[in-house]
Write a protein that binds this ligand. Sequence first.
Ligand code: UDP
Ligand code: MG
Length: 321
Amino acid sequence: MNRELLTVVVAAYNEAESLPLLQPRIAAALDALAGEGVDGRVLYVDDGSRDRTWAVLQDLAAADARIGLLRLSRNFGKELALTAGLDRVERGGALILDADGQDPPELIGQFVAKWREGYDDVYGTRLEREGEGWLKRSTAHAFYRVIGRLSKTPIPADTGDFRLLSQRALEGLRQLRERHRFMKGLFGWVGYNRVALPYHREARVAGASKFNFWRLWNLALEGITSFSTAPLRLATYLGLATALLAFGFGVWVVAKALLWGDPVAGWPTMMSVILFLGGVQLIALGLIGEYLGRLYEESKQRPLYLVDTWLPAAGVSSGPS
Ligand code: UDP
Ligand code: MG
């Protein structure tokens, strides 16, 4: 029988407490798959952690030959850490999992079942989120609705990075080398056969979330500017609307002066019009600046990440079996 290869890719940033709890659960899931003709591997990407994560990972790898380790030269952020990991999955499919146990490894079997039915992108859709406050839940909800409407690329709502990608989907993803990486959008861009897999998102097993509101806000901006130029168009419409209003107001002011004369008052109107126009212009400029800044970043053509250490899992590079 044809054996398939699946690599579980885990990005970890300061997850020394969670990883020892997570690895046995992944290992158990892979053991179960071995009987069904799927060879499992795990690839941990240490995203420049400052705690004992790398030492913990080396211990885990020493105990299980299926584990590969990749260490980045510094903290590049989750999106780039995942990119680095996925770049190194040369054969077979890849399943992306959070290091904190919020994406239960026990579901790997269900993802694999869909994959073997022929789907290229099996994405986990959160039914509920435990251990997260209403503010995070409601802003996340609003974000997915906004990006869903603005973006031409399909971005399913309430879908994180917990997903399984087939080999050809991975090959597609690897061709997208942009610096500003909004992974959820990039997965959607790749396309092919996609299917949702609803699941209950659990609370973290240990440690604290690395995404505070500022980081999430920036991620949201990244998503919107990477997958939509609607804000630029909004600036155009805003400009058009204010120009029309200003024109109407101008006609009225001139007509009034001609018909009834002008006793030179109107300082308040003048002030408010100037301030309003100034505000609109600054907003439009800022919007253009957001896109221009990203263009500048892209034009530098820097590598997306640098690798410190790459320790492939034993047997992965042995070629097709
Ligand atoms: N992560 C990462 N680099 C970072 C921040 C986070 O690799 O700079 C990893 C982190 O270790 C975890 C995943 O991304 O495996 C999700 O992070 P977290 O649980 O903090 O985010 P949340 O679930 O709260 O959105
Ligand atoms: Mg988490």
